[in-house]
Design a protein around this ligand. Sequence first.
Ligand code: AMP
Length: 620
Amino acid sequence: MTFHTLSTYFSKLEATTLRNEMTKILSELYKEADKDEIGKLCYLLQGRVVPLYEKIEFGVADKMVIRAIAQALNIKPETVLKTFKEEGDLGKAVEKLKVKSQKLKVSTKNLRISEVYEVLYKVATSTGNGSQEIKAQLLSQLIRDVDPLSARYIVRMPLGKMRLGFSDQTVLDAFSWMIAGDKSLKDEIERAYNVRPDLGFIASQIKKRGMEGIKHITPTVGTPILMARANRLSSSSEILEKIGECAVEYKYDGLRLQVHYSRKQKRHAELVSASSKNKKKTLKQVQGDWQMTIKMFSRNLEDITEMFPDIKEAIIKQITAEEVILEGEVVAYNPHTGVFVPFQETMQRKRKYDIAEKALEIPVKLFAFELLYANGKSFLGKMYTERKKKLKSIIQKGNTIVYAQEIIGKTSQDIEDMFDDSVAKHFEGIMAKKLDGLYEAGVRGWNWIKFKKAMSKKLSDTIDVLVMGYTMGEGKRTTFGVGQFLTGVYDEDQDKFVTTSKIGTGLTDEQFREFIKRVKKLEVKEKPKEYDVDKLLTPDVWLRPSLVVEVGSDEITRSAVHTAGRVLKPSKSGKAFDVATPGFALRFPRLENFRDDKKATDATSVKEIAEMFKKQFQKK
Ligand code: AMP
C-alpha cells in the first residue's frame, strides 16, 4: 500500500468523530493492507514507529519541522511560520505550501508505507551529536518526495499531533470488524493485547493467521503486560460480601512497577543455531556466559528501568528465579527515620540527571505483590494463592525487595485491623484479593478490591481526572496565566473523555507553577476529537489528552453541563437536544497529586463515578 493511500484513510478518520464510523474505516484499511506492512501501519496509526512501551521517541519540535519544510520547499522559514500561524497546525501548513509548490511542477514519488516508515524510523532513532541536523535532513527529503496530503501526516507524526482522535481500543475493535463484520471478537482480541500490548505484533498475527494467530499469546520477558486494576469498596463488610474470605495486603502508597528479569545462559540460543555435530563444543564454549535482561515498567508502560539502579542491583541479588515477571509497589522512605513517605516524594526519583545521588537521598523499597511469569511458565491463569506462594519462594531476604505479606481476612475485624495497621504505617489503606482469583491483565475486575484511607470522608476516595483545557486567570493568578482547569474522566464505551469538573482551588503557588509548566507543552489549537464537552464549558485553551491528576472532592452531584454520564434526547422541535439525564460533577474539587504514572485512558471511568455516586446515597 502506498503512503498516499494510507493518508486518504487518515483524512477520512480525521473527518469523523463517531466511533463506529472510525472502526469501520479502520477495518477497511486493514483489509486493504499488505500482511507484511500492517504491523508498521499500526504503529504509524499511533503516530509512532515502535510499540508504545518502547522508549523510542521522535525528539522533534515545531522549530525543527519548520526548518525542514523550508528546506524541502526551498522557501524561507518565515513563510512557513506565517502559514503555520494562519492554519494553527504545521500539517495543514505544509499541505498548503506543497500545493503551491506543486504548481511549480515539482515532481513527487509515490512511496510505499514501508519506505516512509524506514525514514521515520531513522528520524526517531538518530541520537547524539548532530542528530538534530540528520533528523531535519531526513524529514526534509521526505516532505520533498511526497504529495501534499501525505506531507500533512508526515509532519504531524513526529510532532505527536496526528489528531485522529481514538485510542488503542478502537484500533483493536476494528480487527474484529475486519474478521467478523461485527464486534463479536472484541473481547478475545483485547485479551491477547492485554498480555502483549503491541498493536503491530497483534495486527500482523491476525492478518497472517486470523484468530488462531493470537490464541496462545503468553508473557514474554521484556514486553510489558497491561497491569490488573482494582475496583473499590468502602467497608470491610462490603468486601466480605463481594469476595468472601480473602487475602488482605497493605495498599502501599508508591509507584507500581512491573519487573522483567532474565539471566538465562546463552546456551539455548547458541545450541539452536549449532548443528548436532558440534553441539558438545558449543555447550562448553558458552558455559558461564550469561545473558541478562532487566526492565522495569510503570503502570502506563513507560520503561523506567534507569530510575531505579538500586532495585536493579537488588533484583540480581535477591531474585532466585532465572526468568521472572513480577509486580510490586516502590515506596520511598526517609533514610534517617525509616518512615515511608507519600507517593509524590517517591516520584522525585523520576529524573534524567543525578540518578545515583537521588538514590542515596531517597532510598526505596519494592514491595512485591504479584507474580505473572516464572521460569518459562505463565502464572496469569493461576490462583492468587499459587502465585503468591511461588513469589515468596523466589525472593531471598534482603533490604530492598520485600515480599508483600498478606493476612487472611475471615471477618470484618480482621480486615479493619489490617486497615488501621496500614494507616499507622503511613500507607494508603488495604487491598483485598480474592483467594482463587486469577491475574486479570489490563482489567479492572473484582479479584482485587481497594479500600482507601480517604474513604472515611464524605466522598469515598479520590478520583483521577484528565486535564482537558484551561481558562485564563484573573487577579493573582494572571501572573501565572491560568485560572481554572477543565477536567474529565474516561468513557470507555464511547472511547471519549467527558467532563466532571473545573478545578481552580487546592493548588499552592508552587503546584500552580509546576502545573503551568506541564500544560504549556500540551496546548493545541482545536478541541481534541476525543473530547465531549458542553459548549458552555469551552475553555480558552485546549490541551491534548495526556496529563492525569488526582483530585479530592466533597461529593458527586448531578449537573446539566457536565458530559460524564449525561444523556441527551432530541428536543420537541427536533432541532436541538435536551438533557434527559444530567451528568456527574465533582463538588469542591481540589488537586492532590500529579499522576505521571497514568495515561489518559487510565483516568477514572464514568462507570466508576456512577458507582461512587450510587454509594453516596446508600451511605446517606
Ligand atoms: P489506585 O491507583 O487507587 O487505583 O490503586 C491501585 C494501585 O494501588 C495499584 O496500581 C498499585 O500501584 C497500588 N498498590 C499498592 N499496594 C498494592 C497491593 N498490595 N496490591 C496491588 N496494588 C497495590
